[in-house]
Design a protein around this ligand. Structure first.
Ligand SMILES: [Zn+2]
Length: 213
């Protein structure tokens, strides 16, 4: 399980390591979008809730995870990327894994200092025409303010402004503190230094994850 605030880089690492280990990367945001697109019963339920502008409740998210973990490609292992988000989801996951006869090998928490997170998240720029994403810090376009792909104009989403980013990070921290305690109490939690070169971070994750098996 990879946990960490937005901008900590867990998605990138999860994608690469899932390929290396031959297991699926399970991210609830992607799954919600897929379930909605596929029109599954849970997807339709989630869409109704999101159309009303409400937050998708824990039981729907956990239902999606339950469906996903029962797929044949997840029986040999999986990486949970950014799930659970709340203590309620974590407790539901404990019950589900017990039912499936599975267990977590390790919970890795990606630590990145707040100023660095703000720098990464507020550096995001999107193309008005083709929606390509750039980052003035980590993946700048060749010409400032101009999309490499289509020449369109780049802009910053309201969500990525510094004040909003700080607020998102505070909400995340409030939600996850009890979650981290939950896994620390069970001896599963390791902190991963999420700053520094991607390859170095990946080596640390490999050691932490395989050491736990
Ligand atoms: Zn573009």
């Amino acid at each position: 399980m990879f946990l960490g605030p937005p901008g900590a880089g867990k998605g990138t690492q999860a994608r690469q390591l899932a390929r290396e280990w031959g297991v699926p990367q399970i991210a609830t945001g992607d799954m919600l979008r897929e379930a909605v697109a596929a029109g599954t019963p849970l997807g339709r339920q989630a869409k109704r809730i999101m159309d009303e502008g409400a937050l998708v409740p824990d039981d729907v998210i956990v239902g999606l995870i339950a469906e996903r973990l029962r797929q044949p490609d997840a029986t040999a292992g999986f990486i949970l990327d950014g799930f659970p988000r709340t203590l309620g989801q974590a407790e539901a996951l404990d019950r589900l894994l017990k039912e499936l006869g599975q267990k977590l090998d390790a919970v890795l928490y990606f630590e990145v200092a707040e100023p660095e997170l703000v720098r990464r998240l507020s550096g995001r720029r999107l193309c008005r025409q083709c929606q390509s994403a750039f980052n003035v810090v980590s993946a700048p376009p060749q010409r400032e303010g101009v999309c490499d792909r289509c020449g369109g104009q780049l802009y910053q989403r309201d969500d990525d402004s510094e004040a909003t980013v700080r607020n998102r990070l505070q909400v995340y921290e409030r939600q996850t503190t009890p979650l981290l305690d939950h896994y620390r109490d069970r001896g599963l939690l390791s902190a991963i230094d999420g700053e520094g070169p991607i390859d170095t971070i990946r080596d640390t994750i490999r050691r932490a994850a395989t050491g736990a098996r």
